[in-house]
Design a protein around this ligand. Structure first.
Ligand code: ADP
Length: 481
């Protein structure tokens, strides 16, 4: 430092500058026209810790490390300066070149740039906070630039896909999206143009080679000045949730079905089971009266026969009901079942009915499905039995079992040349104890098709009928492949 001396006569240009800058609050460096440092003031020493004597004779670039010339072509710029004890400081530098009367000397004024430094610190801190939060999150997070090219994927995403960031940036990640879901991203374009938030479901390939269902929510990002900066999104693997929803829907459907069954049971109990009971009760009254009045035993025996018939009918209804209610999914041992064997077993069980009616049964080559053998045998047996039972009196019953297939299921058809069914009854006949004919015309309790429907539904299929009244019927049912 050049000490100020009140008695000294300050004659040289430098002397006068020293006099001028000595009391300055801002740090000042005076250099000659070649940028060799001639003098630094006490404020400079306070800022950097360097005494005037330590820096005099050095190049100004030894002190100031220019970093950002943020005002291009002006005399103000930003620099870092080495301090003696405090590392480097960011400073704003203002440079003034003096005229020839001052031998072209250069004055640098330095102001510490707290604001910038602080801002950079805050930015760094905020970036660190974001990436550590994003990486700690179990949710997969990504960011795109204004051209919607991906530049950031968090740890959860990288771990899920098992691929490095470099392979997935830009549009690389799209290779992991299921082919059938790619069009969903094309459909997003309008929303992205309008900078709207969106949610999307698609399948993404996990590192173990399994496609998982992803729910993604994308939100536009903006800079503080309102400029659009791209999108940011979060993604959740919702495969398990979807499975649970699916199971819940199945369970609800099952519950609905069993409720309907319960209603039908209540109906059956109040109507069909009451009918033989009413009969028993009225014939018992008559028998009682006969015994009291001493009427001929012949009539009483006849009444007793009616009672026995009604009891037998009631027993049949109850045993049918029991059979029906025992059909359920619980503990059903599903296994591969060859339906050729199943259909042949059903035909053997119906030998008597077939030979009595001279019926002709033919079948296509049938596939093997996953199911429960005895239930499937019952299904074929009930349908073949009906096809012969509801025969036309004019022709020999002909029954054919055929099968077609689509992507996921087999569609079977049991067709006959019997009496046929009017289409207004198509739905009714699958309901328990619903019949279209009197018992005197065709024997039966009306439970056969209800059992068929339940067996098919327990196997995840559907059953329906198509018929030409007077010509014959086709009973269709599906079974999963
Ligand atoms: P059931 O055979 O004991 O009457 P089902 O439940 O098997 O009971 O059949 C219900 C009703 O559907 C039958 O009473 C009959 O009217 C009609 N039906 C069933 N199968 C056929 C068929 N192949 N042709 C014509 N009608 C049929």
């Amino acid at each position: 430092m050049v000490p100020y001396n009140a008695t000294k006569v300050y004659q040289t240009a430098l002397d006068q500058l020293v006099l001028l800058f000595e009391p300055y609050a801002e740090a000042v460096v005076v250099a000659d026209a070649n940028n060799t440092v001639l003098y630094v003031n006490p404020a400079f020493t306070a800022l950097t810790g360097y005494q005037c004597s330590e820096v005099t004779g050095k190049r100004h670039t030894d002190l100031l490390i220019v970093r950002v010339n943020y005002h291009v072509n002006t005399d103000r710029w930003e620099a870092r300066i080495n301090t003696k004890t405090n590392g480097q400081l960011w400073v704003r530098v203002s440079e003034t070149r003096l005229g020839e009367e001052w031998d072209g000397k250069i004055i640098y004024t330095l102001v510490e740039n707290h604001g910038l430094e602080q801002l950079k610190g805050l930015l760094k801190e905020s970036e660190t906070r974001f990436s550590s939060l994003a990486d700690a999150s179990p949710v997969m997070i990504w960011m795109t630039d204004p051209d919607n090219l991906c530049f950031y994927l968090n740890k959860a995403w990288l771990e899920f896909t098992g691929k490095p960031l470099e392979e997935q940036v830009g549009v690389g990640w799209l290779k992991l999206v299921h082919d059938e879901d790619l069009n969903k991203f094309n459909d997003l374009n309008d929303l992205l143009q309008e900078r709207r938030q969106y949610s999307l479901e698609y399948r993404l390939l996990r590192k173990d080679g399994v496609y998982r269902h992803i729910m993604e929510i994308g939100t536009p990002r903006y800079l503080p000045d309102g400029t659009y900066a791209g999108y940011m999104g979060s993604c959740l693997d919702i495969t398990d949730l979807k499975k649970a929803q699916h199971e819940l829907a199945n369970y609800t459907a099952e519950l609905k079905r069993s409720n309907e069954e319960l209603e039908q049971f209540a109906y059956v109990a109040s109507h069909d089971l009451q009918e033989p009971l009413r009969m028993i009760s009225s014939y018992i009254q008559l028998i009682k009266k006969n015994l009291e009045t001493g009427r001929p035993p012949q009539e009483t025996f006849e009444f007793m026969n009616f009672v026995t018939d009604a009891v037998a009918r009631m027993q049949m209804l109850i045993s049918d009901l029991l059979q029906f209610s025992r059909l359920n999914r619980k503990g059903l041992p599903f296994a591969p079942v060859d339906l050729n064997a199943v259909a042949n077993a059903a035909i053997i069980n119906l030998t008597q009915r077939i030979s009595e009616n001279n019926a002709k049964i033919t079948l296509d080559n049938l596939p093997t499905v996953t199911g429960e053998r005895s239930q499937l045998t019952r299904l074929f047996q009930n349908l073949i039995d009906n096809a012969i039972k509801f025969r036309s009196p004019d022709r020999i019953p002909e029954v054919h079992i055929s099968v077609k297939e689509d992507e996921n299921r087999y569609v079977f058809c049991v067709s006959d040349n019997g009496i046929g069914i009017e289409d207004k009854h198509y739905h009714r006949i699958f309901v328990i104890f619903q019949r279209l004919h009197a018992r005197s015309e065709y024997e039966g309790t009306g439970i056969g098709l209800a059992i068929c429907r339940k067996i098919v539904e327990l196997h995840g299929g559907e059953i329906w009928v198509d018929s030409c009244y007077g010509k014959g019927s086709c009973f269709y049912f599906t079974l999963k492949k």
